[in-house]
Ligand binder design. Structure first.
Ligand SMILES: [Zn+2]
Length: 601
């Protein structure tokens, strides 16, 4: 979709609204040195970690990493789209946005979406009414009531039943004159093989509408009433519904997640509904056994803390392992809770009640320990070999924890639990990140998420001290800097800064943020803009230092790579190759010495 607002408009609005005014209308702020400080509204914060930078009109939380400009704050606080934030803030800034600018094409697309939402609502209403009153729905009503689903839950979540007919929905769609092609796009009806006419996709199924966070229906989950296959049938992907990016129940759970400070994750529809009924309204369903990265992104908008609830069977435990990695990758804090074998959350609650469930929930260990405990109980007592094996399994997970303090804490506990020396685990860890970097260099310069300290500092300097851009007047200087930057977000930011500076001669952070809108680069910009690690008079020196460190880093890795190749060539007794590689290595070492030489005053 083409953007509805111009870069110009976006930055004009951002410039008219003071971030201090905006944030302090929600959170009390106190002046602290150059900046303002306050308790972060996006994570349970006791020690003010939210920094508001008046001069650059940005905020950043050094506790949870949230950050950005007025738009990011508004979107995150109200959990709304960028589009919505622009409109609201424009109003606040007294800027009128004309709606005439939208093109014919956009208008038609918007109309189609509107119609699609209406059609989904219509279908949901139909299935819901049929469940409540339909002659053929007796069996569905029994299933729901047997699972403890009360009439008020049925009402609130608009549960329904699609009868065992080929044209139940189809006939109603026709009668109410909805466009059949839209119903087909939404996957409510399916064209017949003969090419003539349609039939209903959902037949003889319990129907669970899937809402977005503003309560509109994106699609449906249909569950077989008996043992028919497939047990679950969802709406296919459509221009409204993206299965990978939705969580069942989030629409109803979002406020509870915010107020509890964490989310409970379960697998199925009934688990979500039962937990909501029992007062655990901060529960969402992943609808499958693997969490997708889109789902973790979505969840991260509400909380950084999650508790997985898994069935205690081996399949559930396998699923846990898979998902933990996805969550650590995104900087979230996953805890795990396994139910005793044979139970799912639904059956556990029925058998043991909410109090007992809550106990388990409160005591759920960090996912790392859940896994550790699992491995330990599998093996009984650990032999040294087994301890090493467990260590091998767990190190990659520990290496994914981004916060160094948190990682340190886990290292200590894990080594205690395994009865191994702490330094061993640390060595293993550094080895691990070393491995990742080396293999990355071997393939391509592509460590998209690793943030090297020297690259981060270069980013800090260019964001904070635009006069340093004079050092990169020559296109060759620009190219050479960008070639060495490996973190994709740092590279994007610096590219944008170069572009902007070339075109306008200045840097506007709000325009920069609008361009990287919706990517992790946003929070990187705000964190770079809100630190005070370099004094202005030290800036140039710090830039040169960081550049040198980055070049040396790459030289060292290249040398390591060459050494490996030399050893291989030696093994194969390819003397010519050896010679050539050794020459290269010498050149490399010389370049390294030159760089180090520059360092000396
Ligand atoms: Zn925070």
């Amino acid at each position: 979709m083409t953007p509805l607002f111009s870069d110009e408009l976006i930055s004009t609005i951002a410039e008219r609204i003071s971030i201090v005014d905006l944030v302090s209308s929600y959170v009390p702020l106190k002046k602290a040195g150059k900046h303002y400080k306050g308790l972060c509204p996006f994570h349970p914060d006791t020690n003010p970690s939210l920094i508001v930078n008046e001069e650059r009109n940005l905020f950043h939380c050094f506790g949870c990493g949230a950050g950005g400009d007025v738009y990011q704050f508004f979107m995150k606080f109200h959990n709304c789209t960028f589009h919505h934030a622009v409109r609201e803030l424009a109003q606040r800034a007294g800027i009128r946005i004309s709606t005439k600018a939208t093109s014919e094409h956009e208008k038609r697309a918007a109309e189609a979406r509107e119609q699609a939402y209406r059609l989904n609502t219509f279908a949901s209403e139909l299935f819901h009414r049929y469940l409540l009153k339909g002659d053929g729905a007796q069996i569905a009503r029994e299933v729901f009531s047997k699972r403890g689903i009360t009439p008020s839950i049925i009402e609130e979540y608009q549960l329904g039943f699609a009868p065992n007919q080929w044209d139940f929905l189809l006939e109603h769609i026709k009668r109410h004159k909805f466009a059949l092609h839209i119903a087909e796009d939404l996957g409510l009806i399916v064209p017949k093989k003969s090419g003539q006419g349609y039939y209903d996709r959902f037949r003889n199924r319990l129907m669970f509408p899937i809402f977005d966070t503003s309560g509109r229906i994106l699609g449906f989950g249909g569950r077989a009433i008996g043992d028919e296959e497939p047990k679950y049938m969802n709406s296919p992907e459509s221009f409204l519904y993206n299965k990978r990016a939705s969580l069942y129940g989030l629409s109803h759970a979002q406020h509870a997640i915010r107020s509890h400070g964490y989310a409970i994750l379960v697998e199925g529809y009934f688990d979500v509904l039962t937990l909501h009924r029992c007062g655990f309204r901060h529960t969402v369903g992943v609808l499958g056994t693997s969490v997708t990265s889109e789902q973790t992104d979505l969840l991260a908008r509400f909380t950084r803390k999650v508790v997985f609830v898994f069935d205690g069977d081996p399949a559930g435990k396998k699923a846990a392992m898979r998902n933990v990695e996805a969550f650590l990758d995104k900087g979230l804090q996953p805890r795990c809770m396994f139910l005793v074998e044979g139970h799912d959350p639904d059956s556990y609650l029925v058998a043991h009640g909410p109090e007992s469930f809550n106990q388990l929930l409160q005591n759920a260990p960090h996912a790392l320990y859940a896994i550790l405990e699992e491995k330990r109980s599998e093996a009984g007592s650990l032999s040294p070999e087994q301890a090493v094996e467990v260590l091998n399994d767990i190190t990659p997970l520990v290496s994914k924890i981004k916060n160094p303090i948190e990682r340190d804490l886990h290292v200590r506990t894990i080594s205690e639990t395994l009865g191994i020396d702490e330094s061993l685990l640390r060595a293993e860890l550094s080895n691990y990140s070393g491995k990742v970097r080396a293999s990355v260099l071997g393939r391509e310069k592509d460590a998209p998420s690793t943030l090297f300290p020297e690259e981060r500092l270069i980013c800090v300097l260019l964001v904070q001290f635009p006069h340093l851009l004079d050092e990169f007047k020559e296109p060759a200087a620009k190219r050479s800097l960008l070639e060495h930057i490996r973190n994709e977000h740092v590279r994007t930011i610096i590219e944008q800064i170069f572009q902007e500076h070339e075109q306008t001669g200045t840097i506007s952070l709000s325009r920069l943020l609008a361009r990287v809108q919706g990517t992790p680069a946003v929070e990187l910009v705000s964190s770079c803009a809100c630190t005070e690690e370099v004094a202005p008079e030290q800036a140039l020196r710090a830039l040169n230092d960081s550049m040198r460190r980055m070049l040396l880093r790459d030289l060292r890795e290249e040398a390591r790579d060459l050494n490996r190749k030399i050893r291989e060539a030696e093994k194969r007794q390819q003397l010519d190759v050896c010679l050539e590689l050794s020459m290269k290595k010498r050149e490399l070492l010389q370049r390294g010495r030159d760089l180090m030489g520059q360092h000396r005053p």
